[in-house]
Design a protein around this ligand. Structure first.
Ligand SMILES: NC(=O)c1ccc[n+]([C@@H]2O[C@H](COP(=O)([O-])OP(=O)(O)OC[C@H]3O[C@@H](n4cnc5c(N)ncnc54)[C@H](O)[C@@H]3O)[C@@H](O)[C@H]2O)c1
Ligand SMILES: O=C(O)[C@H](O)CO
Length: 322
């Protein structure tokens, strides 16, 4: 049997790789920098399947140069880098990896809440730098118990973060596109956006990036928050206006920011990094061995289903899912 031609933006985990190699002729880009656009265009000229990556823009122009393409899969739940309507127009189903990454991402997100509130990383730096001699004088942290956590984007990961917060004795309020039908069971209260900004001691952001959510958090929103508020973003960097966040932290309009995602990524020379009231991790929400392995498997399942013109297990544009 002739093998399917596929272009894959790595990493590609060993189990998924073995399955794909059985039926696919693979071109694999496994460098951490994104593939140059002209090289990608060349790769896609005869590709039937494509595993894309969040740092690659999949737009109309790219799709128009990929005449054989019949499925795109991506190892992430977010797909803001892909023009979904252009894919739908070309009858290309797009597979993503929701659900399998929920618990790992919720752990990291709540880890940011906990680490920033209790200054865990600062404590470790203090010990490592040899300052723990007789007395400790690092800034005091704050309790989680009895505080209010506001979640913006109460989807799969938001709900899993709420469970963790409730176990620590926090009250949970949330703002979402719509009131959740299971909110009684979640023991969380829907509030409007302004109310959430005003009442939360900790704000966790977990909305997908869209035209509506781009710069959802800017100068006015930070001014609306408590000056003691902790702001945690684990969604996408552009949901926040980075310069406005920097100003809010410098002016102490808010107390602290903990970010797993920033704009731009990678992020190595912005003054935000040098503020004392910031904690940044390099977009590692789902980065555990078990979870990344499952994401790799689901991505392979989506790709293989699309190549075989079958229904994708997880499809973003269901209308073209055969
Ligand atoms: N940091 C990481 O490594 C990491 C890992 C996984 C997901 N994410 C990000 O987290 C996002 C959420 O993932 P999920 O699995 O919970 O998705 P989900 O679709 O289950 O939940 C998203 C929720 O946000 C709500 N929403 C959408 N737009 C909104 C808006 N403008 N205002 C308020 N609510 C809005 C939706 O109604 C939904 O309930 C992803 O889209 C991705 O960008 C980041
Ligand atoms: O959307 C996701 O799944 C994560 O951000 C991984 O990129």
């Amino acid at each position: 049997m002739e093998k399917y031609k596929v272009a894959i933006m790595g990493p590609l985990y060993p189990d998924a790789r073995a399955r794909l190699e059985e039926v696919c002729e693979i071109k694999l880009w496994d460098k951490s920098d994104p593939i140059p656009r002209d090289e990608l265009v060349e790769w896609l000229a005869d590709a039937e399947g494509f595993i894309s990556r969040g740092d690659i823009k999949v737009d109309k122009d790219l799709l128009s140069q990929a005449p054989q393409l019949r499925v795109i899969a991506q190892s992430s739940v977010g797909y803001d880098n892909i023009d979904i309507s252009a894919c739908t127009e070309q009858a290309i189903p797009v597979g993503n990896t929701p659900v399998v990454l929920v618990e790992a991402t919720a752990d990291l997100t709540f880890g940011l809440v906990l680490s920033s509130a209790r200054r865990i990383h600062e404590g470790w730096n203090y010990v490592q730098e040899g300052h723990w001699t007789s007395r400790r004088n690092i800034p005091l942290g704050v309790d989680l118990f009895g505080k209010t956590l506001g979640i913006v984007g109460m989807g799969n990961i938001g709900v899993a973060v709420a469970r963790r917060a409730q176990a620590s004795g926090m009250q949970v309020i949330y703002h979402n596109r719509s009131i959740r039908t299971d909110q009684e069971q979640l023991a969380a209260t829907f509030v409007n956006f302004d109310q959430l900004l005003e009442e939360s001691d900790f704000i966790v952001v977990l909305v997908p990036l869209s035209a509506e959510s781009r710069h959802l958090f800017g100068k006015d929103q930070f001014k609306h928050m408590k000056s003691s508020a902790y702001f945690i973003n684990a969604s996408r960097g552009p949901v926040v206006d980075t310069e406005a966040l920097y100003e809010a932290l410098v002016n102490q309009d808010i107390a602290y920011a903990a970010l797993d995602v920033v704009n731009p990524e990678p992020f190595s020379d912005h003054p935000l990094i040098h503020l004392p009231n910031v904690l940044i991790t390099p977009h590692i929400g789902s980065a555990t061995l078990e979870t990344r392995t499952q994401m790799g498997e689901l991505t392979a399942d989506n790709l293989l289903a699309g190549l075989a013109k079958q229904t994708l297990p997880k499809c973003v544009n269901d209308e073209v899912n055969y």
